[in-house]
Design a protein around this ligand. Structure first.
Ligand code: FAD
Ligand code: AMP
Length: 470
């Protein structure tokens, strides 16, 4: 058995590698086990970074095509998909190199191979390439194994036609599909719809819930739905998918719409984006005291501890929001707990969550509906970007900032933004919520003019009954 560690982290995504870096900084002798060749996990290789690199290309393309409205003539603007893909890959590779460098400078031992629990205080690492296994002895283990796209029973991702893909497969497309059917209108489905419709594909989205982004505030999701429809995305909500029939030339999806009508739609490709499944099978959890629920999520407390002494779990393999920054924050809490630093548990009510579509959507805290269901005396205030000088300069006047507050003292319960730079703008209200600031505090803080973030001030000022432009 090799060197004894204080901590072995299994999985080098944003949960695992951040935890390993923090653990090493706290003086824990740390190893990181990753089955893939490169470090960075779903987020870096199949998630946040590659999708946002592609979406940035779509944003730029859209801006260039719109530029003539303000007197900038740009002719012959076209997309070279292969170069877009290459540029995306360069960004991913550079960042993966950065993660490896970070591990080396922090003194974290990286072991390439499939990690599994092998009795108390032991992790077995099987390396496919070298066809050998090593056992690492350790005081603590952190499971940061993440998740994988969930397939639908009627069509697996390895169908020989190659026409049924998940979010991993669609990132590898060699060309922009002429038409694309997306099953699932959550964050991932919406981002790919927004990407490919702007690159000229005919996009159809089939969502089972009554609106896109069912977890978002209803006003934001309905506004997004209108905007995407205006751009040409065909949207069926309340859709029940019946069958998926891939053929040599294309794929047909049969579904029942909200009114009970049987319909079909066709695409070159179908993207199944109906959620993700944790990668917790076959890693030895059954030999431990840790509890795993019927969908495969590992049960943890606020310090990410399982029921098995010295075994922790974080990120997409526990049932908290599937977000990279949540995985990282949980990783830091877990290792600080191991190191005896007594960290505070994470407050999941203050987590910003972003959708990088056009227009983008961002939220922090409760939706109006959740706040009402929780029994709050809810007050809402909305400032439309149509009244923002900066938004009109940018030609992006659609959308709004919405505050959901407790009527009596102006406590901020949730903030919802749809419109230009929403994913950046959410930082201020998220920080305000963390500091337990009120709408009055935001309305008293001077915001620079002309900026988009003045709209945060304006919405807060409306909530605090101090509005000028509202
Ligand atoms: P992962 O990133 O999945 O990392 C787990 C790692 O563990 C992987 O490298 C895996 O190979 C490895 N592993 C698994 N099992 C083993 C084993 N037994 N032995 C060794 N290694 C193992 N989140 C955001 O916050 N912002 C976004 O914009 C965003 N966009 C996304 C877009 C897409 C298309 C997808 C799919 C996800 C997106 N996410 C986004 C979600 C985000 O990627 C995840 O929440 C995040 O990656 C979870 O981090 P993690 O460390 O828990 O797991
Ligand atoms: P997310 O949870 O953000 O990954 O999004 C998954 C989305 O897929 C959610 O909006 C679900 O309502 C939706 N969904 C799940 N199963 C189906 C299905 N069979 N058909 C259509 N949409 C689905």
């Amino acid at each position: 058995m090799s060197t004894a560690y204080d901590l072995v982290v299994i999985g080098a995504g944003p949960g695992g590698y951040v935890a390993a870096a923090r653990a090493a900084a706290l003086g824990l002798k740390t190893a990181l086990v990753e089955k893939d060749d490169a470090l960075g996990g779903t987020c870096l290789h199949r998630g946040c970074i590659p999708t946002k690199a592609l979406l940035h290309a779509a944003d730029l393309y859209g801006e260039m095509r719109q530029a003539r409205h303000i007197g900038i003539e740009a002719e012959g603007v076209r997309v070279d998909w292969r170069k877009v893909q290459r540029s995306k890959q360069r960004i991913v590779d550079t960042n993966a190199g950065g993660v490896r460098h970070l591990m080396s400078t922090r003194g974290v031992d990286v072991h390439q191979g499939f990690g599994m629990l092998d009795g108390p205080g032991r992790v077995r690492v099987r390396s496919g390439k070298e066809k050998k296994a090593a056992t690492l002895a350790t005081r603590n283990v952190l499971l940061a194994v993440g998740s994988t796209p969930r397939a639908l029973p009627m069509a697996s991702f390895d169908h020989p036609s190659g026409r049924v893909v998940g979010s991993d497969g669609i990132l590898r497309l060699g060309e922009i599909p002429g038409s694309l059917v997306i099953i699932g209108g959550g964050v991932i489905g919406v981002e790919f719809a927004s990407l490919f419709v702007r690159f000229g594909a005919q996009v159809t989205v089939l969502e089972a819930a009554e609106r896109l982004l069912p977890a978002a505030d209803a006003d934001c999701s309905l506004q997004l739905q209108r905007q995407l429809a205006k751009q040409g995305v065909r949207i069926h909500t309340g859709a029940r998918v019946g069958d998926i029939s891939p053929r040599k030339q294309g794929v047909t999806v049969g579904f029942t719409d909200a009114g009970g009508k049987q319909l079909t739609c066709e695409g070159d490709i179908v993207l199944v984006a109906v959620g993700r499944a944790p990668l917790t099978q076959g890693i030895g959890l059954e030999q431990t005291q840790a509890r795993v629920d019927d969908r495969g999520y590992v049960r943890v407390n606020g310090w990410m501890q399982t029921e098995q002494d010295g075994l922790y779990a974080i990120g997409d393999c526990v049932e908290t929001p599937w977000l990279a920054h949540v995985a990282s924050a949980e990783g830091i809490i877990a290792v600080e707990q191991m190191a005896g630093r007594q960290p505070a548990a994470l407050n999941y009510d203050h987590i910003p969550s972003c959708v990088y579509s056009d227009p983008p959507v961002a939220q922090c805290g409760l939706t109006q509906q959740q706040a009402a269901e929780a029994g709050h005396d809810v007050k809402t205030s909305v400032f439309p970007f149509a009244r923002s000088g900066k938004a009109s300069i940018l030609g992006k006047k659609e959308g709004f900032v919405k505050f959901v507050t407790e009527a009596r003292y102006g406590e901020i319960l949730g903030v919802h933004i749809i419109g230009p730079q929403a994913t950046e703008l959410i930082a201020e209200p998220a920080f305000a919520m963390q500091l337990e600031a009120t709408v009055e505090d935001i309305a008293r803080s001077v915001h620079a003019h002309p900026t988009l973030y003045e709209s945060i001030y304006e919405a807060a000022a409306i909530a605090a009954d101090r509005a000028i432009h509202g």
